[in-house]
Design a protein around this ligand. Structure first.
Ligand code: ADP
Ligand code: MG
Length: 254
């Protein structure tokens, strides 16, 4: 057990070059095992927050620690999932899943073993040797999730992963994502534009305001896990969706 929060952000500010402040005075603590969503108007700095946590970009001022360490040091134990599945078109599904392990020079047999395990977890055994062009959007996203989880990450950074999918596929993938978390207890930071999705998945929802990006309000989601399709019909769920929508409308009107 670590005494550090999984992610600690204190007084964080970010500017790109000598441009304006993109983020200003951000404070946020995420505990190990928490699922936290970030929601807010386009351009408020959601993707920037994930990139800073991943150590892909330096902070301008303030503190950002992952398990008490600088992000670049902690990067090996994180995985990133983007809206675009970014699969390699010339590789089959199984080869796409194992690619990150291969890059990390994990022995060949072990790569395949882990990749096959992940393939089963996302229920794609039947398309193991297919190419990306033969898959639906939802299936491509499952491959992308399997590839990220093959790294056995402690921290998963997801940037609008289901934004391009239809609502039914998105609902399914939301349920699957929570199912996957039962076996691999990663912490999640999840960027979305969908209030329904944020409420369904999260312990907490951080609502950001723009110009400069800052935290407007943090909403707790008082729903227990596991969450299922019935969760979406419950009054408690609908109440939080309405509360977050209200907060979001107030920041979008600013
Ligand atoms: P969001 O994900 O909430 O839509 P971003 O984090 O992508 O917001 O962007 C926040 C702001 O930072 C925007 O104004 C965007 O134009 C700017 N920005 C993002 N990345 C860069 C970059 N690499 N260089 C310069 N400005 C950037
Ligand atoms: Mg973004």
């Amino acid at each position: 057990m670590s005494i550090h929060p999984h992610v600690l952000i204190e007084g964080l500010s970010k500017r790109y070059g000598d441009g304006p402040s993109v983020l200003h005075g951000l404070d946020l603590e995420v505990s190990a095992g928490e699922f936290v969503s970030l929601i807010g108007p386009s351009g408020c700095g959601k993707s920037t927050i994930l990139k800073l946590i991943a150590g892909l970009n330096p902070v301008t001022a303030g503190r950002l620690l992952v398990r008490g360490q600088a992000p670049e040091v902690a990067r090996d134990r994180m995985a990133f999932i983007f809206q675009e599945p970014t699969l390699l078109p010339w590789l089959t599904v199984i080869r796409n899943i194992e690619i990150l392990l291969r890059i990390r020079k994990v022995p060949r047999n072990r790569c395949l073993k882990i990749a096959d395990g992940m393939l089963a977890l996302v229920r794609l055994n039947h398309v193991r040797n297919h190419y990306p062009r033969q898959l639906s959007g939802g299936m491509k996203m499952r491959v992308s999730i399997a590839r990220a989880l093959s790294l056995l990450p402690e921290l998963l950074l997801l940037d609008e992963p289901f934004g391009a999918l239809d609502e039914m596929t998105r609902d399914h993938l939301n349920e699957e994502l929570l199912d996957l978390r039962k076996d691999q207890n990663w912490t999640a930071l999840f960027v979305t534009h969908s209030v329904r999705e944020a409420v369904f998945l999260s312990n907490r929802i951080v609502v950001l305001a723009a110009n400069p990006g800052r935290i407007h309000e943090v909403v707790e989601v008082p729903l227990t896990y596991p969450r299922t399709n019935e969760t979406r019909d419950s009054n408690a769920y609908l109440r939080v969706v309405s509360e977050v929508s209200h907060v979001l409308r107030s920041v979008e009107g600013q």
